[in-house]
Design a protein around this ligand. Structure first.
Ligand code: DX5
Ligand code: ZN
Length: 221
């Protein structure tokens, strides 16, 4: 099984983003957190900055939209060239319709679930999505502690993905370290977002260590 490590630039130096992208070239995707101060109590960056990041990044961009009304705002990120656009189930009026629109534009469509949001309503809809993001912290801020209580959702998702034969990537985001990545990999995640644990050290070395820890414990089926 393929393991993907996606550094979150939320923990990077916002005054030197092009230089920071140069430090994560061995990662799979760069995770970009868009926050609107409404869906979450924090504000980061939006489309004009993402458009420039797409020009300078050596790896594809994985957009995580923590915003209200993604039905209105998300397609522009796909049109700009994001590899994947993940929106929150709690915020979308028509998650399936939005996912179809993102795919029609050429992006991978992702569905994100806050820690308290159950996964069951979405298990029969996996064919509509390219990835599901199980948040392992409350969205809004980096540097929080991993919530093990979210792991049963991954187990359910992994079982359903395996049974269906679909190639839906299972992503975790929040508090991922060399320790917690093991639990997430064992539960069935294959795509790991890490902010502070990558940028608080030498990013290339941290990416290698996270990948090795995940691969040692990933599902083998
Ligand atoms: C939090 C963001 C995460 C954040 C993770 O709402 O979605 O992507 O950057 O940061 P760490 O890895 O520090 O928990
Ligand atoms: Zn994120």
């Amino acid at each position: 099984m393929v393991t993907r490590i996606n550094p979150s630039i939320l923990a990077a130096d916002f005054a030197n983003l092009e230089r920071e992208f140069g430090r994560i070239g061995t990662a799979d995707l760069a995770h970009v957190d868009v926050m609107d101060n409404h869906f979450v109590p924090n504000l980061t960056l939006g489309l004009p900055i993402v458009e420039r990041l797409l020009q300078v990044s050596p790896i594809p961009l994985d957009l995580h939209l923590m915003i209200d009304d993604p039905d209105r705002w998300a397609p522009a990120y796909a049109e700009a060239g994001a590899f994947s656009v993940t929106f929150h189930a709690e915020a979308a009026a028509d998650a399936v319709g939005l996912a179809r629109r993102l795919r029609s534009i050429g992006a991978r469509a992702g569905l994100a679930l806050k820690p308290g949001t159950p996964v069951e309503p979405y298990l029969d809809l996996l064919v509509e999505f390219d990835q599901v993001l199980v948040m392992t912290v409350e969205p809004g801020f980096g540097g929080q502690s991993f919530m093990p209580a979210t792991m049963p959702k991954l187990t359910l998702l992994a079982e359903r993905v395996r049974a269906s034969g679909l190639d839906v990537w299972l992503q975790v985001d929040g508090g991922i370290t060399e320790d917690t990545i093991v639990q997430a990999a064992q539960a069935g995640a294959n795509t790991f977002v890490a902010g502070s644990s990558v940028f608080n050290g030498d990013p290339a070395e941290r990416i290698n260590a996270l990948r090795a820890a995940a691969e040692a414990h990933s599902h083998t089926h």
